[in-house]
Design a binder for this molecule. Structure first.
Ligand SMILES: [Zn+2]
Length: 200
């Protein structure tokens, strides 16, 4: 590392701060960038700046949005009394592709993970609770992943929302235990939404 120039070291350091990128991958990316032509690298850097300037988390559901409110929350034809709770914006994409859902979403922006230090305050759980308090919500479908963190999160949400008497359901099994929604095929997801079970 120390043999690199200061500028290169700085780049490697910044890259290795990205999630899932260790120092070795950061070095590999640095070499890739150096070998790419100037035009490609410029496009990438412009895109990063543009995304940061133009893409936000929807102020209603925390999905990714190129405006204050996302296209799903703006859609009047959807059922705004039905809220599907997911971990990440990519889960919204998976569920939308399944075509089996016409309500709106609430994206938690993560899952509870005591081991990684992610508690309720790090997620948009309070915001979900506020929504249930203030809006006319008839049903909340919990569609967190079927792994330990996802199940922990589902149980926690159930505990928080139960006092409000709102109907709570969990998307149906049939989704293999341990799986992330993004890898589940669209028919299974459509089935899971349609066959959701009320949490009593
Ligand atoms: Zn939204």
């Amino acid at each position: 590392m120390s043999a690199y120039s200061e500028l290169v070291q700085k780049l490697v350091k910044e890259l290795s701060r990205l999630p899932g990128i260790g120092p070795r991958s950061a070095e590999r990316i640095m070499f890739y960038l150096l070998k790419s032509n100037g035009q490609q690298v410029k496009q990438l850097s412009d895109l990063l700046v543009q995304v940061k300037e133009k893409v936000f988390f929807c102020e209603k559901c925390y999905n990714l949005s190129e405006g204050k409110v996302c296209h799903i929350c703006r859609d009047e034809t959807r059922d705004h009394c039905l809220i599907c709770v997911v971990e990440e914006p990519k889960d919204v994409i998976s569920l939308e592709k399944s075509g089996g859902y016409k309500g709106v979403y609430h994206v938690l922006l993560g899952a509870l993970s005591p081991l990684s230090g992610v508690g309720p305050k790090e997620l948009k759980i309070k915001e979900l609770e506020e929504k249930i308090k203030r809006q006319n919500v008839t049903e909340v479908i919990i569609a967190t992943n079927f792994n330990t963190d996802g199940e922990t999160t589902a149980l926690y949400i159930e505990k928080v929302l139960k006092p409000y008497g709102v109907k709570l359901s969990r998307i149906a099994r049939g989704i293999p235990t341990g799986s992330n929604l993004e890898y589940v095929d669209r028919d299974t997801l459509a089935y899971a939404i349609a066959g959701r079970q009320e949490i009593i």
